[in-house]
Design a binder for this molecule. Structure first.
Ligand code: PSU
Ligand code: MN
Length: 306
């Protein structure tokens, strides 16, 4: 029991009662990561992918001061069109709930809420990481520290080239976060399946990813796992094609004085504009792919638990 409103959607409540697998989904990708109406279409498709793979989707958000674990279709549609929604990370969630406001959860905040609700697996597109120029800006996403302390397995398509991917991997290593590439040696680069960086770990079987999650819990290790799932190759965009677009988006962010929480949403929006939506098509394919893998991991975990 909590002193604040904690609301489960009907299907999530049902899954909890029946003890069937649930996959958490974040909402910042909806409110700050993609434009309307594509954001709503994607949110619906991703939920359907989780269901088709035999698990229940739980999209997480704070609405009018209530923490929602799973949104009904109407809430999802309202959130996708809402203006001025807060972007919530670890630091912001309690204030948003206390003040009765509405906010979308980032990877960090979604992990916290999922763990509270007993959900072990979470699918998203890309995680936050160490930004380019972090040696001056100190801009390092709270997502990385969350992975080090909250026991949720997060499935993402690696890290976007808007980040310094090598530094992101270094911080994850320092923080003791297992970074597991799925089915390949290379660390995936979001829009491209492969990068020049090797992933620290590799597993090819969702059941083993679930097993490792369970073993960490038995060992009393805090923190989760990052599963880096490559984009399906037919949906890839070559890195050479995106490099100048990312550089332009970054230059625009600097010249407009964008800092703090605004950096990631600004870059995502600029890249969408500069690629005339092409970045979004790839983004959709990879999020859906992650949702399917997360559902398999959640289902295996469930079998291991039983
Ligand atoms: N990266 C993406 N798409 C996203 C995000 C990151 O490719 O939508 C969102 C996620 O919600 C992530 C957040 O948790 O941005 C990270 O923001 P920041 O860099 O401010 O920590
Ligand atoms: Mn940041």
């Amino acid at each position: 029991m909590t002193s604040f409103p904690l609301t489960f959607s009907a299907e999530v409540a049902q899954a909890r009662k029946a003890g069937t697998p649930v996959v958490a989904l974040e909402s910042t990708i909806i409110t700050h990561g993609m434009p309307y109406p594509q954001n709503l279409e994607v949110a619906r498709l991703v939920e359907a992918d989780v269901r088709d793979a035999g698990a229940t989707p739980a999209t997480i958000a704070v609405i009018d001061g209530a923490l929602h674990i799973g949104l009904d279709p109407e809430q999802l549609s309202t959130l996708a069109q809402a203006k001025g929604v807060a972007k919530l990370s670890r630091a912001d969630m309690a204030v948003c709930i206390a003040a009765g406001r509405t906010g979308a959860t980032t990877v960090a905040a979604t992990m916290i809420a999922a763990h509270m609700a007993g959900i072990a697996v979470f699918a998203t597109g890309g995680i936050g990481g160490v930004h380019k120029g972090a040696e001056d800006s100190f801009d390092i996403s709270a997502d990385l520290m969350e992975l080090a302390q909250t026991p949720v397995t997060v499935v993402a398509a690696g890290a976007k080239a808007i980040l310094d991917v090598a530094k992101t991997l270094e911080v994850l290593e320092t923080q003791g976060v297992p970074v597991i590439a799925y089915g390949q040696d290379s660390f995936p680069a979001f829009w491209s399946a492969a990068s020049s960086l090797r992933a620290p770990l590799r597993l090819d079987d969702p059941a083993l990813i679930a097993r490792a999650h369970q073993i960490r819990a038995e060992m009393g290790l805090p923190g989760g796992q990052l599963v880096a799932n490559p984009i399906p190759t037919e949906a890839e965009i070559p890195a050479e094609e995106l490099a100048p677009v990312i550089a332009k988006a970054q230059a625009d962010a600097t010249s407009h004085g964008i800092t703090g929480k605004q950096v990631t949403p600004y870059l995502l929006q600029r890249i969408f504009e500069l690629t005339e939506g092409r970045s979004l098509t790839a983004n959709i394919a990879l999020v859906r792919n992650n949702a399917r893998l997360a559902a398999k991991i959640a289902s295996s975990l469930h079998i291991n638990d039983a």
